[in-house]
Design a protein around this ligand. Structure first.
Ligand code: DQA
Length: 138
């Protein structure tokens, strides 16, 4: 199976950025662990700080891959363009948030992009990505 992970803005700073919220591990290190955990899966990782690039990646893989794990970061809360892109493609998308978006500021409690997704996994830390991949593999 082919699965694409897409991380949005500021997630390139994982491990450094607000570690009390997002933890100490970089996504690059975590991704190595993920690949070991799912040796049978062709896993791909992409990160961008730009809305249009995230949409381009959704279009690129969204008619070919078996699943997309998407953390749109702050775009989650206001990007109708990313929400439309998720609706436009064929590949199912599971949304992941490292922190619990329902337990933070009010503006984070709304997920515009999540409405087009199979499921939202929120507040489980990096293991949330494992759970999402598991769903696609099963
Ligand atoms: C996040 C939650 C968002 O509200 C925030 O803007 C992020 C990260 C998370 O993974 O917990 O950048 O998506």
């Amino acid at each position: 199976k082919q699965i694409q992970i897409i991380n949005g803005p500021n997630l390139n700073l994982l491990g450094v950025r607000e570690p009390e919220i997002y933890g100490n591990q970089t996504f690059e290190d975590f991704f190595i662990e993920l690949k070991h955990q799912f040796p049978e899966v062709s896993l791909h990782y992409y990160q961008s700080n730009h809305e249009g690039d995230i949409i381009d990646k959704l279009h690129e893989v969204g008619f070919r891959y078996d699943g997309i794990v998407l953390n749109s970061a702050a775009y989650t809360h206001y990007s109708y363009a990313i929400a439309d892109a998720i609706k436009a493609i064929k590949t199912p998308v599971i949304e992941v948030h490292i922190s619990d978006i329902y337990a933070r500021e009010d503006f984070r409690k709304i997920s515009i992009t999540g409405e087009s997704c199979l499921q939202i996994i929120s507040g489980k830390g990096l293991p949330g990505y494992v759970e999402a991949i598991d769903k696609f593999v099963k």
